[in-house]
Design a protein around this ligand. Structure first.
Ligand code: ZN
Length: 496
């Protein structure tokens, strides 16, 4: 099997360059002095170019073609060839001159977006956004699709997902949770958050975060925790999956929950067998499945009463002001629902609405039914309908996310899917581990993580999301699990 060997050798080279790029990027965001940026960009640019050329090389194309007709590959090898082949064809579908044009336009769009957001003036971003949209429309044609051009873009983030399927997932979710939010706000009693007032030493927060990561079984011998402005998790190589975090002096929760979120992503990568890394299967099943792992740890575990029953004494150890605060009070304060303008600050009840707004607008932009010039107005109308708040300006509205300026159309739904996948997986976990709450309450997360390892992590990107969900839960993604989770949890907290 010459082709297989050559194929693996080529992917190993790409992965090795990827490792070098990841460590450069991690260093740039955590440790690098400001003045290092010019030289660093040169090095990163050179390595990226080498990796990109390998990934679109004619040789790789030939190996893929050869292997696609090989009947005796292992399941993992087959999955690798399928993923890499798909990605290869998407790359090849775009003419090189268009790629070049996009690179230039994208950097203009990003700087226009930064300026427009600072000035809170959409009109400064509008012409470049229109160009970015037209690129995506062309890409959809290059990639091909059956029903809706947006399907071609979704495929890049969530394999197998289409507008039609997404509508089927969103519709019942919207129908149940929009009225639930209204009821919660009108009739519910919000938890007391005054216990969170105060100042929180950053070193103590770092120590607390470390304990939280140890609790979820994050392996520090195969990882690292550093400070950063915008938290992320990065897989450098097998045995090296790093988490970064940010702390606020005046707020204790963003640092803690941010770390639990990133820790959930990191567990996924720490739980994958080494061979997947060298077969381009280490990015997980999809963006949405990756996000399900972070949301599960952050929300389903981290914002649960059993977690706080265990964690309150840990908090009190580092922050004596919580010594006489009950676990119930901390649990309540961690679960306040507050319809807000900003997606990244949204709670579990309102988060998905922010995504629904973006999904409707993106889909319309790509199929031409929404004009770029109308976006600020349509954004505000949709926010009022779903979340019940209207942005007072563009910066707090249509200009808040970086994604469109980078050409990431079709990415937003993954965030919502992460919540929904997590809830559905959690239903299965509860069935498999009846004593789950007791274990969490006693600080033992091993059984949970072992379940995730066995069912989700170790497969990496071997299965596409729908197949993975079918194998684990017996059915495709179904938003009723999330609806039940949210309605039960918040009815209780808000005493409905
Ligand atoms: Zn995430």
């Amino acid at each position: 099997m010459k082709a297989l060997e050559a194929y693996k050798k080529c992917l190993t080279e790409i992965a090795t360059l990827g490792s070098a790029l990841s460590i450069l990027s991690w260093d740039q965001q955590t440790n690098m002095p400001k003045k290092g940026i010019a030289a660093r960009s040169q090095v990163a640019g050179k390595l990226s170019k080498m990796a990109f050329e390998l990934s679109v090389s004619d040789e790789l194309g030939r190996y893929i073609e050869d292997l696609e007709s090989q009947p005796d590959l292992s399941e993992i090898e087959k999955a690798s060839v399928a993923r890499v082949g798909k990605e290869y064809r998407r790359h090849k579908a775009i003419p090189p001159e268009v790629v070049e044009e996009l690179t230039i336009t994208r950097s203009q769009a990003q700087s226009a977006w930064v300026k427009a957001r600072e000035a809170s003036d959409f009109s400064q971003f509008e012409p470049l956004l229109a160009k970015m949209v037209s690129f995506q429309q062309r890409f959809a044609e290059y990639f091909g699709y059956e029903e809706h051009p947006y399907d071609a873009l979704l495929e890049g983030f969530e394999p197998g997902l289409t507008v039609k399927k997404l509508k089927g997932i969103i519709e019942p979710l919207r129908k149940e949770t929009v009225p639930f939010l209204k009821r919660l706000m009108a009739e519910g009693t919000a938890p007391d958050t005054s216990i969170l007032d105060g100042s929180f030493d950053i070193d103590a927060q770092r120590a607390l975060t470390r304990e939280a990561l140890e609790l979820i079984t994050y392996d520090f011998d195969a990882g690292n925790l550093s400070d950063v402005a915008h938290p992320f998790t990065i897989t450098i190589a097998p045995g090296d999956v790093r988490v970064t975090n940010r702390y606020l002096e005046k707020e204790i929760f963003p640092g803690l929950f941010g770390a639990l979120h990133e820790g959930g992503h990191a567990l996924y990568n720490q739980g994958m067998p080494e061979e997947l890394f060298y077969l381009e299967l280490a990015n997980g099943s999809s963006n949405g499945i990756h996000e399900s792992q972070s949301r599960m740890i952050e929300n389903l575990i981290g914002r649960s009463l059993p977690f706080w029953t265990y964690f309150q004494p840990q908090m009190a150890k580092h922050f004596p002001q919580f010594a006489s605060t009950s676990p119930e009070a901390l649990f309540g304060a961690a679960n306040v629902v507050r319809p807000s303008l900003i997606r990244v600050e949204a709670d579990e009840v309102t988060y998905n609405f922010h995504i629904m707004v973006r999904f409707e607008l993106e889909r319309g932009l790509i199929d031409g039914s929404v004009r770029v010039a109308d976006l600020p107005r349509l954004w505000n109308e949709a926010m009022e309908e779903y979340v019940g708040v209207v942005p007072p300006n563009d910066a707090l509205g249509v200009l808040q996310d970086v994604h469109w300026s980078m050409g990431m159309f079709g990415y937003f739904p993954s965030y919502m899917l992460g919540n929904l996948y997590a809830a559905q997986l959690y239903t299965s976990i509860r069935e498999a581990i009846p004593s789950l709450d007791d274990q969490i309450q006693s600080g033992n997360l091993r059984p949970l993580v072992e379940w995730l390892r066995e069912n989700v992590h170790r497969h990496g990107g071997v299965y596409e999301p729908d197949e993975l969900m079918q194998r684990i839960t017996g059915s495709s993604l179904d938003s009723s699990h999330y609806v039940r989770y949210v309605v039960d949890k918040y009815s209780d907290i808000y005493a409905l």
